[in-house]
Design a protein around this ligand. Structure first.
Ligand code: UT7
Length: 329
């Protein structure tokens, strides 16, 4: 019997309408458009600034577009997995909130917290439920409202991040299309370089933690930069070697959008022309779990059935990995 693969059968994405440009940031912190552009490649990011709205609302809009595109109804979703580090609340999860806001309680959901690798890890977990013929329709969301955990007085982080979400539908395929292989990795010792200091069980929220600004992203950029380039290149190579493929066989590399210099270094390291690398960082900045599906959505008209693509990500944890996909439509 032909092997069942988990294939992406649709992509949706959403960013809030409100835009924060580099010129806007020049008025808030000691920075310049020139610095941000040359050091990161980012020109603008989208910020959710509506009171009462949260990460789930970004996810809901992305899933609505996905459902429209695939002709499914909310009740058709068996399982929804949401990669996020900015859950609406510490608990419950955001995935079930998304399902509720879509008006269904027929399936179930849960979140995956793997920082910027959140979508990639969630995609691979979701794939297992398809490959084992457990469920028919699995929706994987990557959604983050980074503006809720970014300190807009810290120029080293506030210029990088933005808000956004993307969603894909996974269904079974027995013709060889779908997720072919993945290399997923973690190294918890990297947590010192990228984390939020307070608000967890280690250091619960208090007046002191708020005063010390410990509820924001803390990042040692240079250490993360080097580990990100290395992690993405080695995991792509691992997946390609295992499948007897060379970079020439790959139509698209879909990298996490954290810094244009990281993306360029990965392309150079892989000897893959930059025009075969999906890039939209200039429009959104780093949306954490949102970057990969946002790329797939923006490049949807250029993806062709049979294309071999590699998704690659690196994030806090550290977490990283690469997934090889034969595009299904
Ligand atoms: O997605 C999760 C994983 N995250 C990443 O992959 C991010 C990885 N890291 C990076 O992207 C980069 O390290 C950053 C964009 C965060 C920083 O770029 P960098 O080239 O590593 O800059 P740096 O931290 O070495 O800082 C260089 C200089 C410093 O000034 P001095 O000490 O040389 O006088 C900074 O204070 O640039 C200064 N600087 C800024 N200047 C203007 C830092 N941020 C800014 C800013 N505007 N926004």
């Amino acid at each position: 019997m032909a092997k069942t693969l988990a294939a992406i059968k649709g992509v949706g994405a959403y960013v809030p309408t409100n835009v924060l440009t580099n010129a806007d940031l020049e008025k808030i912190v000691d920075t310049t458009d020139e610095w941000i552009t040359t050091r990161t490649g980012i020109k603008q990011r989208h910020i959710l600034n509506e009171k009462g709205k949260a990460t789930s609302d970004l996810g809901v809009e992305a899933v609505k577009i996905l459902l429209e595109q695939t002709g499914l109804k909310p009740d058709d979703i068996d399982l929804l997995i949401c990669g996020t580090v900015t859950a609406d609340m510490v608990f419950p999860d955001t995935a079930n909130t998304i399902l509720d806001k879509l008006g269904t309680n027929k399936g179930f959901g849960f979140d995956i917290n793997a920082a910027c690798s959140g979508f990639l890890f969630a995609l691979n977990v979701g794939a297992k439920f398809i490959e084992t013929n457990t469920y028919k329709n699995v929706v994987v969301v990557g959604a983050d409202m980074m503006s809720s955990i970014v300190d807009y007085t810290d120029r080293t982080t506030c210029v990088i991040f933005g808000d956004g979400a993307g969603a894909v539908l996974l269904q079974a395929d027995t013709d060889g299309y779908g997720i072919l292989d993945s290399e997923l990795r973690g190294d918890g010792s990297g947590r010192q370089f990228l984390h939020m200091k307070a608000g967890g069980s280690l250091k619960p929220a208090s007046c002191e933690t708020v005063e010390a600004k410990e509820h924001f992203v803390y990042q040692e950029g240079k250490s993360v930069f080097k580990a990100a380039v290395n992690g993405m290149i080695t995991s792509i190579n691992e997946v390609l070697n295992r499948n007897n493929l060379s970079p020439n066989d790959i139509r698209w590399v879909v990298p996490h959008q954290a810094n244009m210099r990281i993306i360029n270094s990965v392309a150079d390291g892989m000897k893959i022309p930059i025009d075969q690398v999906m890039v939209n960082i200039q429009n959104y900045g780093n949306t954490t779990s949102g970057t990969l599906p946002l790329c797939l959505f923006d490049y949807r008209d250029q993806l062709k059935k049979g294309d071999l693509i590699v998704l690659t990500a690196f994030g806090g944890g550290f977490t990283w990995g690469s997934t090889l996909i034969k595009w299904a439509y």
